[in-house]
Write a protein that binds this ligand. Structure first.
Ligand SMILES: Cc1cc2nc3c(=O)[nH]c(=O)nc-3n(C[C@H](O)[C@H](O)[C@H](O)COP(=O)(O)OP(=O)(O)OC[C@H]3O[C@@H](n4cnc5c(N)ncnc54)[C@H](O)[C@@H]3O)c2cc1C
Length: 489
């Protein structure tokens, strides 16, 4: 595809699929997005019931300038489409059985003060941590996340700087170089969990996620993250088409190049370019009938509990984290041992802290996210274990040694749960993974599914499964790479 014109089919209307569609439309292509679900957004879905609105996936936005660029390309202004609010603090971190909490602030002085509640020495080391993270951010995330890694050799030029910056050892190791106090270390090392990474294993390039937030802010989309999906969909539909409710069953190829796709209803949609936003493993296995898979180790999943409450708990920040008793063991259990963690570490979204319209007057629409093993674990059976998981979550929320949300159970008016089975069934996520392939070193950059297929001409990938990876910024940066590859040929 050298002219930038022609017909493209995008499989899936996740954030990556919508973003690449906007870019291909801007390049003059005819674009059809084919989504299996009746609504767009994929993981960035929404539940709206009885006045309660819940984001079913992402709730925390970083790097909004990527969206500004995207909306501009689509001929729309971000400000005209969405209202973004910078959050302060970004999140409040509680530890089970610990009286002190830490407000993770975007203001460096305030943040140092919060660290000083735990360790004066660590507070003094904040500037050094930020400076080391800045260099990793600029060389590792902005530079590497902005270009494709189509061949193994593409990684070589990056290796010396990543070694020099200490970015290939684990995030936990990197953070430990600066902070000694255990609570502070956890507060600066948990960020890879946002994209399905184990902080004790993923390379320290992901330590720069904390820097990225401090540098560029953490934002809330008024009305919830699904508003972003709706706004992107509107931009796509100005010149392109989104077909909902019928998925793709097969990618049709002939003579080493794509010819189009076949829908689950049996319709053939011809295309010179096919971009898959579907699960990368499912794309290989089910849509292409390939047996060898790149890559193979899938991320953890999530148990999500959406609670429509008749009250609000003012002690909750917009985003709250509760770290359980033996956090390293919890992470190991979930990511390596295929077990439910003993003392849950969880994340809580309380949108009414910034946006009262997300719940009926005086109420809240809480979402609790508990990291859990994906379905490759033989030790968890959701039909059997789901009720116990729900109970452990409610105990952690209510208990005075947890978040102390007194009387929570009596105030629940609406309840919806999502388990790894839902990720698998609703989104076609292999093993019910929540974040695509795990972002370990050997599944990153050149080792991840490249944005362009290595063998079939005209076939491309976008979304959490391809380079650079999961999370809204990763998926948007990946869409830019993929579109550039399509247009430049
Ligand atoms: C619970 C949770 C919380 C998160 N929180 C954050 C956060 O706060 N901030 C952040 O930046 N990131 C967060 N993330 C990560 C972020 O949401 C994802 O990385 C991102 O949304 C993935 O986008 P994607 O383009 O890969 O598409 P997906 O959301 O994976 O969508 C893929 C789409 O393809 C469709 N599809 C699949 N197979 C087919 C087929 N055969 N035919 C047609 N359609 C098909 C699916 O139905 C789906 O709509 C979170 C993720 C989860 C799960």
């Amino acid at each position: 595809m050298t002219s930038g014109r022609g017909r493209a089919v995008v499989i899936g209307a996740g954030l990556g699929g919508l973003a690449v569609a906007i870019r291909l439309l801007a390049a003059g292509m005819e674009v059809q997005v084919v989504e299996a679900q009746p609504t767009p957004g994929g993981r960035a879905g929404r539940i709206s019931e009885r006045g309660h609105t819940f984001d079913t996936g992402p709730s925390l936005l970083t790097l909004p300038r990527l969206l500004e660029e995207l909306f501009e390309l689509g001929g729309a202004g971000l400000a005209g489409e969405l209202t973004l609010r910078r959050l302060e603090p970004f999140y409040r971190i509680h530890w089970r059985g610990e009286r002190r909490s830490l407000d993770f602030s975007g203001d460096r002085e305030v943040l140092a003060g919060q660290i000083a509640k735990f360790s004066q020495e660590d507070a003094h080391r904040l500037p050094a941590f930020l400076e080391a993270s800045r260099r990793i951010y600029e060389e590792g995330i902005l530079a590497a996340g902005g270009r494709p890694f189509l061949h193994r050799r593409d990684l070589a030029p990056l290796v010396p700087s990543m070694l020099r910056l200490g970015a290939v050892r684990s995030v936990e190791h990197f953070v430990h170089r600066f902070f000694r106090e255990p609570h502070v270390r956890q507060a600066f090392a948990f960020h890879p969990l946002f994209i399905g990474g184990d902080p004790f294993r993923v390379p320290a390039v992901y330590a720069a996620l904390a820097y990225l937030q401090i540098d560029e802010g953490v934002w809330y989309v008024e009305g919830g993250m699904h508003e972003l999906v709706l706004a992107l969909s509107r931009v796509v539909e100005r010149r392109g088409e989104i077909r909902l409710g019928e998925g793709v069953r097969r990618i049709q190829t002939e003579g080493g190049r794509v010819r189009g796709v076949v829908t689950s209803g049996g319709e053939f949609l011809p295309a010179e370019v096919v971009v898959s936003n579907a699960d990368v493993v499912a794309t290989q296995r089910e849509l292409l009938g390939r047996r060898e898979l790149v890559p193979s180790r899938l991320s953890m999943s999530c148990y999500l509990l959406h609670l429509g409450l008749e009250t609000r708990y003012p002690q909750l920040a917009h985003h709250t984290l509760l770290v359980g008793e033996d956090y390293p063991a919890f992470v190991r259990d979930v990511t390596r041992r295929g077990r439910l963690g003993q003392s849950p570490s969880l994340y809580l979204h309380s949108p009414t802290a910034s946006d009262p319209q997300m719940a009926p007057p005086g109420g809240d629409s809480l979402t609790v996210l508990l990291p859990v093993p994906n379905l490759s674990s033989r030790q968890v059976e959701w039909a059997r274990d789901g009720a116990g998981v729900r109970e452990s979550v409610l105990v952690a929320l209510e208990s005075p040694t947890g978040l102390g949300l007194e009387g929570l159970r009596e105030r629940i008016r609406l309840e919806r749960a999502w388990t790894p089975l839902d990720f698998q069934q609703a989104l076609g996520a292999v093993e019910g993974n929540a974040f695509g392939p795990e972002p370990v070193l050997l599944q990153s950059a050149s080792f991840r599914q490249p944005n362009r297929d290595r063998r079939i001409e005209g076939l491309y990938y976008v979304g959490a499964g391809t380079h650079p990876g999961a999370g809204i910024p990763g998926v948007l940066m990946g869409a830019a790479i993929t579109a550039r590859l399509v247009v430049d040929g």
